[in-house]
Design a protein around this ligand. Sequence first.
Ligand SMILES: NC(=O)c1ccc[n+]([C@@H]2O[C@H](COP(=O)([O-])OP(=O)(O)OC[C@H]3O[C@@H](n4cnc5c(N)ncnc54)[C@H](O)[C@@H]3O)[C@@H](O)[C@H]2O)c1
Ligand SMILES: O=C(O)CC[C@@H](O)C(=O)O
Length: 526
Amino acid sequence: MYKVLVSDPISDMGIQMLYDATDVEVVKQSGLSEDELIAIIGDYDALLVRSQTKVTEKIMSAGTRLKVIGRAGVGVDNIDLEAATKRGIIVINAPDGNTIATCELTFAMMMSTARMIPQAYKKTVGGEWDRKFIGVELRNKTLGILGMGRIGSEVAKRAKVFGMEVIGYDPFLTEERAEKIGVKLGTVNEIVAQADFITVHTPLTPETRHLISKPQFDIMKKGMRLINCARGGIIDEMAMVEAIEQGIVAGAAFDVFEVEPPQQDHPFLNNPKVIVTPHLGASTIEAQENVAIDVSEEVLHILRNEPFKNAVNLPPVPANVLNILQPYFGLGEKIGSILGQIAQGAVYEIVVNYAGDLIDVDTSPLTRYIVKGVFEKQLEGLNIVNAMHLAKSRDVNIVVQKSNTSNSFTNLVTVTVKTKQEEKTLAGTLLAGYGERIVRIDQYPVDFAAEGNLLLISHNDKPGIIGRVGTLLGTNNVNIATMQVGRKVIGGSAIMVLTIDKSAPSNVLDELSEQAEIVNVRALTV
Ligand SMILES: NC(=O)c1ccc[n+]([C@@H]2O[C@H](COP(=O)([O-])OP(=O)(O)OC[C@H]3O[C@@H](n4cnc5c(N)ncnc54)[C@H](O)[C@@H]3O)[C@@H](O)[C@H]2O)c1
Ligand SMILES: O=C(O)CC[C@@H](O)C(=O)O
C-alpha cells in the first residue's frame, strides 16, 4: 500500500482518483511545521503540496520512502530541487491547470488598477460617496508583457481583444510565434520605455530577479501601471514604492511578494495606489481541480512505476522523441543491469553506441535507463532521476556514440562497461514480433530475451560440455528454461546463456566453475 501525504489544501475532487485507488492510502494534514513534517514523512511514499509547504532538504532526508513530491501548481520554488535530485525523488508539477485562472486574475488586476475598483469599493462601503475615481481605458494603450509562456501568451490574446497594442519580451519567443499572436517583440528596456501597462509572467530566477528595478523605473513612461501575478521579486518592491512617490507609477497590482505573507508594515499595504491579493492567481475551483487531477495522475504513475511526463527535475522529452525511445527503455535498463552484474570491479566508464533508427533522436533519456541498469544492484535509492548524478559523483565517464550502420539490425544498442579488470559488452535490439533481444555478449553472437534468472557460462567449445552443465543443474533440481550457445569459431572460446526457473544455489555455481573447460560462471537476475 502506498501512503500519500497531502500537506496543503488541495481540491478533494481533484485527488479523488487517489482516494479511489485501492493501492493508495491518503492522509490530509495541512499547516504542519518543518519539525512536524520531519517526524511523520518517513511513513510516506508521496508528498503532495501547493505553495505553503516548504519542502526542505531536512524533510527529504527524513523521507526515506519518499519517491515523489507532487506540486499542485506551476512554481516549484518551495521545493529544494537539488536535494530531491540527489536523493532520486521525482518532483512533478501541474504546469497547465492554472494558466487561465492566473491569466484572468492578471486581467482583473489590470482593470482594477486602471479603474481603482478596490479603492472605490473601500470608500463606498465605508459610507463615502466619492466619485473622483477617474480611471483610464485599456483600449489603444500599450501593454508590455515580460515572459511570454503559457500565462503571458493568454494575457496577450485577451489584451488584443480589448484593443491594446502588445509588446512582448521572452528569450524563447520567436518572431513567427509573436506574429501569430499579434505581439510585437521588444527588449526589456524598449518595453519599459513604451508601455502604459506592464505585466510580468516569468519564473523568479537569478536573471529575472529585479528585472524591473531603478534603472527601468528611470526610463518608464510617467503614469504607467504595473502588475505582478507571477513571483515576488521580479519587480523590485522598494524601487517601485519610490517610483510611485515620484509619480512614475500611477498604480500597481501585486498578487505575489518577495516575502509571503508580507509583514504588516510592508509599504504596499497602506499605499492607496497599490492593490494587493494574497497569492490568489491559481485560486479558482476549476484551476484547483485541474492541477490536483494532473498531479494525482502523475503521482499514481510514478508510484506504480508507469511512464510519467511532468518531472521538473528531469529534462523534458518531447512527445515525438518519447514515442520513439519509450519502447527501448526496458531493453536499455536490462542491458545495463546484466553488465552491472557481470563486470568485475568498479566501473569507471560506460560506452553506449546507438545505431540504426536511434541515431536521429536525442537519446539521453535512454542513456539514463542504461546507466540506472548498470548501478541498480549496487546503489540504493537509484532511479532515473539521480542515475546520471550518482554515476558522475563516482567519476564514471559516460560516452555516447552513434553510428549509421548496425550490421543486420534496424536498431541496435551496444553498451560496453569498463572496469580496471575487464571490459564487458552487450548489444540488444527490438525485433518486430519478438520484442527485446540480446544479440551479442562480448564477441559472441547470441539471441535471447533477458528475463528472470540467467547463467552466463564462458567455456571452451568442446564436445560434452553442454551435457555436463545440463546434468549438473538437473541433478540439483535447477530447471533450464532456455539455452543458447554463442561462439566465433568451432573449438574456440564460447559462451552459454541459460535461463533457469530459480536461482542456482552457490554450491552448484561452484561445482559448475570447477568443471573442465569452463572458464567462469556468472549468475544474475534481470
Ligand atoms: N500567482 C499565482 O498564483 C501563479 C499561478 C500560476 C503561475 N504563477 C507564476 O507565473 C509565472 C509564469 O507561469 P507560466 O505557467 O506562464 O510559466 P511558463 O514557463 O509557461 O512561462 C514562463 C516564461 O518566462 C520566460 N522567461 C524566462 N526567463 C525570462 C527572462 N529573463 N525574461 C523574459 N522571459 C523569461 C520563459 O521563456 C517562459 O516562456 C511563473 O513564475 C509561475 O510560477 C503564479
Ligand atoms: O496557489 C498555489 O498553489 C500557487 C499557485 C502558483 O503560484 C503556481 O506556481 O502554480
